[in-house]
Design a protein around this ligand. Sequence first.
Ligand code: BG6
Length: 484
Amino acid sequence: MLDTFDLVLFGGTGDLSTRKLIPALYRQETVLSLNDDSQIIGVGTKDLTDDDYIKVIENSLEQFYPAFNREDDSWKRFSKRVRYNKLDINSDEDWTNFVKTKTDRVTVFYLAIPPSLYKLISKKLKEHQLITKNSRIVVEKPIGTDQKTAKDINKHLSSGFNEDQIYRIDHYLGKEAVQNLLALRFANTIFEQSWSNSAIDHIQISVAEDLGVEDRGGYYDKTGALKDMVQNHLLQILCLIAMEPPVSISSESVRDEKLKVLKSLANFNETSIVTDSVRATYSEGLSKGEAACSYQDEEGVDIDNRTETFVALKVMINNWRWSGVPFYLRTGKRMKSKTSEITVKYKNVPHNIFSENSKVPSNQLVLRIHPDEGIDLKLNTKEPGVTGFDLEELPLDLNLDDYYEIGHQDCYERLLLDVIKGNPALFVRKDEVDASWQWIDNIINLWESQDVPMEEYNSGTWGPVNSDLLLKRDFRTWKNGSKK
Ligand code: BG6
């Protein structure tokens, strides 16, 4: 059972709280891990009573928690721990009346609100002396819009909280398949011995989404795929794939090693930005069999803005282990299917002992994040037969769903529990945020100064032609989705 905590949810009636955070906490209620004294305090600008807020929570569970039944004891217990606090963050009177009294209990301030408010809230929490040594603050990405604004937000957070009290969420780090990268690499000697330029030809990290920008056109248009996905999720995955073995699984060891990777990323220059990066937006097309509009026609999108919904990059890492091994990163909206995976392509055998006609495909290790979380290693085997020696590529396919019921858990559940327990390992440290923005800012500046073209791709495809050419030029191809 968890220690007693107060979870203060700023943005308590918003999307993130109702879709993700409340259902995640409720699942913990159903497995009896919340002690009776723990409280959930929704904070928002709406004028609601506790009972109104309990109703909001009940509705959200009905919608987003399939097994919800209001007759269950779990709901009876859960509804008792829920309270609501109306707060206009600009009103000092509201802050003074803030019902959350300062206690020594673990208190988690979860900012499920637009990042533009992070600075103000952390300032007010400090001013009103609501921070104790047992307080924690949780912030979602994006932390800033570039290195400068990120530094500024971090500075404000740090003025009230110590670094070990600040939890910067990258929800990809809460995904089982992403954490499994650590297990795969550091609990299996067979991989680690060949995890370098001595055996690996290249690595692909592809996070494709089939949805468009949906109702987030306004936010997305000011952000774009590079800042929305690469700066955080893709770089975090890259770090876990490329980092040196940490001394232990403790948060500081892992984060120290991730930081070294970020600092070793080769910067793009005037030439490589043109040859090794692709940016594009989706045009009309067919998405899952239905006609889909272009990005320019999405609500909230300004047609004069040049905001990318797709990015592909060829990234090099300047260190001994990875020298000469390209990491191809790709992410986009409205692509053919929602597929996130990492493909490790090994080198060809140095000499083919089989007949001239028999090709020996290079080994391929695929780490699937979505769908069908799992690991698939392609091996060459002999095709059965009494004559000749023909080779066939067959999979060693581990589907995690065959062993665990991970479908019920959401990455937010793991992350919330870690905050409550005070374990920051799966959260991003200030210096990681800083280093990743520095690398991203350089790309954005070069895109503008070198006028890198904004290409187009049809909705429902794997991206623009130049993304394929990025690999073709190196005699390689993207692995596009399918399990085989
Ligand atoms: C978010 C991005 O961080 O990640 C969204 O802001 C994106 O644009 C989402 O759709 C993808 O997350 P997941 O877990 O659905 O792959």
